[in-house]
Each structure stands twice: as structure tokens, then as C-alpha cells.
Ligand binder design. Sequence first.
Ligand SMILES: [Zn+2]
Length: 211
Amino acid sequence: MKLLGYGFLFALFLLQKGFSATPLDFSEYRFGQNNRRFFETIIKDLMIEYGQPVTTSYGKDFQAKIDRIVVDEDKMEKYLKETQNPKEQEAIARFILAHEYFHVALKHVQTSDRVRSVDGVEILGTFSEARKQMEQQVDHLAAKYLHQLGLPTEPVQRLFLSHPEFHGGDSYPSAQERVDSVLRGARPGIEESYFDNQFIKCTFAFRALVR
Ligand SMILES: [Zn+2]
């Protein structure tokens, strides 16, 4: 019954909201120059859509902090250069930022080896096992977000498969597992198995996203 409940809430979450995003023309993105307005627009869109406030800062690596997203402009530029057209660029940029945004919204960043239960997120397995699930959760939700906006997920799948930094580790899913979470984003509803399994259980975080 609980699973049904989540499904119902998420169906509401997907249906009720208009999923609108500020139009962004990535043909105006200028490599080697300041493109922060693109990132800030995307993060603002996410806040409007999901209600979780975050601030933005710039630095090394994409990171989710308790209430902040760190944007790595060099990495973003590298990934955007590998795309074929502005729509693919928009898909990559929105996916990466949505991934970090959902880590904040789902309270993942508040958990650790020692903090195993916070705000409706409960870690049942080892922290590494739970971490892998968290990555799949946010990849899955970010892929659903792209679908809602009519953006392609193929560039994201290529990104995972072609960069060794996405090829897994102790606390990270393999590239193929990440592609799977993205592909499952094309199906209706959400994959509840990512959110309630032997390694992690998310409850309140869902409701918080529904508003
Ligand atoms: Zn992540």
C-alpha cells in the first residue's frame, strides 16, 4: 500500500504541474566566456518546479551541498562541447543541474556514514550501497525532468558511457546502471524500486517534493 501511495503522489506531482521552463537558446552559449545566466536560469526553473530553495556557487566538480549547488564551469564546457546541437547542450546542462538539485531536495546531502536517518531518508544498507541508490534516484528523476521538457536523453547516455568518471566505484553505479536509470525515466510514473529497497528508504523527501 505504501508503494501505491508514493506512486499516487508522484503521479500527482507529474500531472498537476505544467512543467514549463524558461526558453534557453544554447546556440547563444559562448565557449570560454561567462555563461552563468544559463545555469542560473536552469536552477531557478528547478526551484519554481519543485520548491526546494538552493543557492548557486562556482568551483571544482559538480556538487550538492545542504542548500547549495556547486557548478563546475570547466567540466560543463567540456561536456557541452561533445554534443551535436543546442538542444543536446540544453539536455546535458539541465540534466547535470537537476541531478545535483534532486540530491539537495531528497536530503541525500544530509546523510553520511554516521547520519543514517534524516528527514524521511533512512539508510538500511551500508552507506556505499545507499549512495549508489541515491545516484540512481536522481539520475532517474533528472531523466524524467528532461522527458517532461521534451529534451533528449541520448546525449546523457553517451556522456555516461564515454567518460571514465561515470564508470562506477564503491559508492557509484556503473555507467550501464546509470544509463538504465535514465532509460527507465521514459516510462510513466517513477521506479519505486529505487526509492524503497533493501539499501534505502525515502518517504518524507517524496512528499516534500510534491508540496
Ligand atoms: Zn550525484
